[in-house]
Design a protein around this ligand. Structure first.
Ligand code: NDP
Length: 295
């Protein structure tokens, strides 16, 4: 039996369309144009591509987009001054500082300086803490996209066994917290986990956020499980060309799982869509208006 392939591109398009509709209503009813600022320091080529895509998507949704490019030699004080200016700017509701930052800049200090209400990446400890105790929070975009796809696929997640492989602050931990919030029985596994294949085989929902090409094999997957592959790994082919693969061995897992996200075209497209959705949420909370319901 072959799994249902979860189409992240199509799902992300639906989310982006809904966000654009919400923006239209916010402008018309409240004179509110959500604004997202992205700060990029340094010359990392991948970061430049991400930031360009974010800028294009933000404008396409009808929002204000501001891009601040800083030199690779920028000082910590200069980055903090930019964040302070954006915190005080009433036309900006979301601030994203593209990571990694140049080595002379302390990432934690920069994230701590962002107004938690404008922290659309959901990395500020205030948002991490609020999410952990079940209060309204800005939720990191990648786990948010994963939970949206899971709910769309499975409906009620209550009582399901969920295994998250990876415990990073930006994916693994918030993912586990969101699954717990949906009443799953959650296991977080990592590099010290004993008998990882057996742990994975217990999962009705298996989320892989490891950063190791095709590490999770088909026989680690419980028949019928829903598999969400967050990993993005570039591998070199014999031809010298490169290809993106996930943390799950897709060709094997697709024969066992009930549903699975591909790489590329699964979780990736949802991340930017959720960034736009978070910016609308932030704008509404800051302005004290409720988020427009669509359809
Ligand atoms: P990190 O490197 O921060 O974390 C990786 C986690 O995997 C760690 O908790 C680590 O465990 C665990 N791990 C490493 N090796 C093993 C192993 N052999 N067995 C079990 N666990 C292991 O990565 P991120 O969370 O930032 O990212 C994970 C992947 O997701 C990457 O491929 C990244 O590119 C991708 N990604 C994709 C996004 C998207 O938009 N689709 C967004 C963000 C990330 P330990 O803590 O013990 O070291």
């Amino acid at each position: 039996m072959s799994a249902n392939i979860i189409d992240g591109k199509e799902f992300a398009l639906k989310v982006r369309t809904r966000v654009a509709e919400q923006v239209t209503i916010l402008k018309a009813d409240h004179g509110l144009t959500p604004g997202l600022a992205v700060v990029l320091a340094g010359d990392d080529p991948a970061s430049h591509v991400y930031v360009r895509n974010k800028n294009k998507s933000t404008l396409a949704a009808g929002m204000k987009s501001e891009e601040i490019r800083l030199a690779d030699t920028v000082s910590q004080e200069e980055v903090l001054a930019v964040v302070e200016r954006l915190n005080a700017d009433p036309s900006i509701h979301g601030i994203l500082v593209q990571l990694p930052l140049p080595s002379q800049v302390d990432e934690t200090a920069v994230i701590d300086a962002i107004d938690p209400a404008k922290d659309v990446d959901g990395f500020h400890v205030v948002n991490t803490g609020r999410q952990a105790v079940g209060l309204d929070a800005m939720v990191p975009c990648t786990p948010l996209g994963c939970i949206m796809m899971l709910k769309d696929q499975l409906g009620d997640l209550s009582g399901l066994n969920a295994v998250v492989v990876g415990r990073s602050n930006i994916v693994g931990k918030p993912m586990a917290s969101l699954l717990l919030g949906e009443n799953c029985t959650v296991t977080i596994s990592h590099s010290r986990t004993k008998d990882l294949p057996a742990v994975c085989r217990s999962a009705d929902i298996l989320v892989a956020a490891v950063g190791r090409s095709e590490m999770i094999k088909g026989d680690w997957v419980k028949p019928g499980a829903t598999v969400i592959d967050v990993g993005i790994n570039r591998i070199e082919l014999d031809t010298g060309k490169t290809r993106l693969v996930g943390d799950v061995c897709f060709s094997e897992a697709v024969e066992v799982a009930g549903a699975i996200t591909p790489v590329p075209g699964g979780v990736g497209p949802m991340t930017i869509a959720c960034l736009l959705a978070n910016t609308v949420t932030a704008a509404c909370r800051i302005a004290g208006v409720s988020e427009p319901e669509i359809g």
